[in-house]
Design a protein around this ligand. Sequence first.
Ligand code: NAG
Length: 313
Amino acid sequence: NPMYEANYSEVFEFVLLGLSTYRPVQHFLLAISTVFYVIIVLGNILVVFTVTSDHHLHSPMYFLLGNLSFIDLCLSTLTVPKMISDLYSGHNTISFQGCVIQIFVLHVLGGSEMVLLIVMALDRYVAICRPLHYLTIMSPRLCILLLSGAWAIGLIHAVAQLAFVVYLPFCGPNEIDSFYCDLPWFIKLACTDTYRTEFVVTANSGFISTGTFFLLIISYIFILVTVQKRSSAGLSKALSTLSAHITVVVLFFGPCIFIYMWPFPTVPVDKFLAILDFMITPILNPAIYTLRNKDMKMAMKRLSVQLLSLRKF
Ligand SMILES: *[C@@H]1O[C@H](CO)[C@@H](O)[C@H](O)[C@H]1NC(C)=O
């Protein structure tokens, strides 16, 4: 349909301005992000592989952890390799379709991860406050149901977001002041009054992330208070598990809230904060859960022994 074509864009690609246009800073970013990305890939694949292959770890907490690592790996892979190649080649454009696909997948993954973090809080609540019923409540069936729910909600959220922006007209300006495509920057380039669209997007992503964030913080406080009433010895143990979760939650949600709710567009802190979501939390999860967790360490030891003995044949 030629009319539709003419309508919807003379913009066939966007220019991603990246984090900095200053050459020495770009070299630094190239080196850092390459190192980080390699660690993210290895670390998260290690977690997924250990969780799925070791039957001692076949419990709800580790399944959720494996799934979290999988989503983190996807989130990083969606943005960081493109950023690395842009920095390396200096060719920093992305096609219109590429940009829309990146936004869509980003919101599917982001939405699912938010729900997954809620499910993980629920899992900790049951494990700490109802330990005797843990395995009957968090049955494999419920886990699969909750995980499917997480993906379904991520998908619905992303479709709802895209439905509002996919028909926006674009007619010229095509510079995105970030290293990846996301709605706030995308919408600003449209050649129309985007006030209402911006409002809908802010409401959808902004309020969901803010709401989920407070829900999680409140549930962690609730768990800690419940534990503390019973015994203070239990509190210090719970605190050490939960502080890891809370750190991840703060680092993951902080940038999301900023990106969608920050009201001062002239101060571009949002693209720097986004680094936390794509390069820091994906490292943090494997780091926290593998280095601090005895069962995980044991499982990895068994795995490496197995792999070594395999090589002998
Ligand atoms: C994700 O969770 C499901 C259901 O609990 C589990 O079967 C699967 O192994 C998990 N995936 C990973 C990568 O851990």
